[in-house]
Write a protein that binds this ligand. Structure first.
Ligand code: NA7
Length: 545
């Protein structure tokens, strides 16, 4: 089960336009599954910007990168032999293992022959006269096709704030999501890590082990929980493999496509002692998300949420020895309204002498200098700056492709006030274009591999039916988008998500319009709605011959 580099047989050459039935953009987990699902029935081409498969797990190779959902769950379910035969070494796999798994799947299902690597799509144009998409890549490919499946990832377009002086820095800079394949040696170096989301929280303890000094520049503290990662116990693995079919079925019927204990009641139903016992058990459990679902109203009732948040803050205060550092690390927003993190020794790391926490909320970074960075009131000398500053989430991977639809409308203009979609999959005026994990779908709030598999199957079913019934074009309309936006907003309004600035609402990128971009009504409900739309004769969609 090793990574195999194969010689590819390009199906598509660079140069004059070639034709395909379907172009899939992205060879991450959803894109690869789309290829597998569709290549037997259609002429399919996949364009991938990286030179390997794996998407998120190809790009995010920073030290400490690790998935925050158990690997027995965060894996494909479409092929039982695959899930029975693959052996995950750890409970929560690290990036190299996830990349190896992606490579194994690409080889096992012979997918590489359809993938053009190092081929970033930089132009996507719909031709109304022919009902065909024209797909162009930076390498000069030009393919016309009937359908496009954009499996471009929710978190792909990197965000580096536009600090003055960035170019002047004489040391090395890295963004966590574009980490080089070669090992970056920080031994004896002064490292500045900006950002304390999942990437920063995971990278920091590893960097601190060898850096001369690590400065952690924090704007908003994260809620992070110990992953309790460990080698996967054989008995536990056996239990999963013996029950995979039933457990996958449970996952598909759960709000987040994960196999967790969803049996909780509202916090007020428990005595304070019971509440505490439940939270302690969740803290020690196998998943950060178990803490969030300790009570059924954790994300809808502020009082219940406060109980969990205060419990998490107490844990921070117990672990971090310096009380002022501990206070700075204590978040004050509702827990779960920004993506919670799963860590390996993050808070413990702040007890090291070579780690300094810098609060850039009260003393913001104002610029990068040749020798480090400046905040409003201080300067820091650094050899290396690590940007763990996240992504232009949910929309960036689509808008940067220069997408134009009917009447030449540019997707950036279409979404200038925030993204609107129908079912997180369709954009009015961009016919035959399907997004996987698009804005308005459960995307990052559901387990991404299983969620992607479900959505790809649904999209493939729609395409199959189009072809069987002789349709040329499927599109949605603004009324359907409005209705779906109302549904997304109603679901979000019933939660605490909106009370916090996060990338779920586009708040992390300067100038980005605010819009709630994730469907919080539950993965299970989302699947039911999509299924119903198809069964009811494509309500909200216009199919034409
Ligand atoms: P995130 O979660 O978006 O984290 C980015 C971090 O960078 C976050 O702490 C930001 O603070 C910080 N940031 C961004 N801009 C600035 C500026 N201008 N100054 C200081 N700090 C800044 O990205 P990750 O890569 O960590 O994780 C992404 C997802 O990957 C994660 O949720 C999991 O799903 C896996 P802020 O919170 O905006 O104040």
């Amino acid at each position: 089960m090793t990574t195999v580099a194969t010689v590819r047989k390009p199906a598509i050459s660079e140069g004059p336009a070639e034709t395909a039935d379907i172009v899939i953009i992205g060879a991450g987990f959803s894109g690869m599954y789309a290829l597998h699902r569709l290549h037997n029935d259609y002429r399919v081409v996949c364009f991938e910007a990286g030179d390997g498969v794996g998407g998120t797990w190809y790009w995010n190779r920073y030290p400490g990168a690790r998935v925050d959902v158990e690997s027995m769950q965060y894996s494909y379910g479409f092929d039982d032999d695959l899930q029975q035969e693959w052996k995950w070494p750890e409970l929560f796999s690290a990036q190299p293992e996830l990349e190896a798994y992606a490579n194994h799947v690409a080889d096992r299902f012979d997918l590489r022959q359809y993938i053009q690597f190092s081929a970033r799509v930089n132009r996507l144009r719909f031709d109304e006269d022919t009902n065909r998409w024209h797909v162009h890549t930076e390498r000069g490919h030009h393919v016309t096709c009937k359908y496009v499946v954009a499996a471009t990832g929710s978190l792909d377009a990197t965000n580096i704030p536009n600090w003055p002086g960035l170019e002047s820095f004489k040391g090395q800079t890295y963004h966590t999501s574009k980490w080089p394949k070669e090992r970056v040696d920080v031994t004896g170096k002064r490292v500045g890590l900006i950002g304390t989301g999942s990437s920063g929280v995971q990278a920091a303890p590893v960097l601190a082990e060898t850096a001369d000094h690590l400065y952690v520049f924090q704007r908003t503290p994260a809620y992070s929980m110990p992953s309790g990662n460990r080698p996967l116990e054989p008995d536990y693995e056996r239990e999963w493999k013996d029950n995979y079919a039933a457990r996958r079925a449970v996952m598909y019927q759960s709000p987040s496509a994960v196999f967790l204990d969803w049996k909780a009641r509202p916090a007020a139903d428990y005595t304070p002692e019971e509440q505490n016992r439940i939270l302690e058990e969740a803290w020690k459990s196998r998943s950060a998300f178990q803490l969030l679902i300790s009570f059924s109203d954790s994300l809808t009732n502020r009082k219940s949420n406060d109980l969990i948040a205060e419990f998490a803050r107490q844990k921070i205060r117990q672990i971090v020895k310096d009380p002022s550092v501990a206070e700075l690390l204590c978040p004050n927003y509702p827990i779960g309204t920004k993506r919670p993190c799963l860590d390996c020794g993050y808070y413990e790391m702040f007890n090291r002498d070579n780690v300094t926490l810098v609060d850039v909320r009260t003393d913001p970074i104002v610029g990068i200098t040749p020798t480090g960075l400046r905040t409003t009131s201080a300067s820091y000398d650094l050899d290396i700056i690590v940007f763990a500053t996240g992504f232009d989430a949910m929309t960036g991977s689509m808008t940067r492709m220069n997408v134009t639809g009917v009447a030449g409308i540019d997707l950036r203009d279409r979404w200038h006030a925030g993204p609107t979609t129908y079912l997180g999959t369709f954009i009015a005026g961009f016919p035959n274009l399907f997004m996987v994990h698009g804005p308005g779908s459960p995307s990052v709030l559901a387990q991404m591999i299983s969620g992607g598999e479900w959505q790809v199957n649904w999209i493939a079913g729609v395409i199959d039916e189009m072809e069987r019934e002789g349709f040329e074009r499927i599109d949605t309309n603004l009324e359907s988008e409005e209705r779906w936006s109302a549904e997304v907003n109603t679901a979000a309004d019933a939660t605490l998500y909106r009370s916090t600035d996060s990338w779920y609402v586009g708040a992390n990128v300067a100038g980005k319009p605010r819009a709630f971009m994730v469907y919080t009504g539950g993965f299970d409900k989302f699947c039911r709605i999509c299924t119903e739309v198809q069964r009811s004769g494509y309500r909200g969609l216009d199919r034409t011959k």
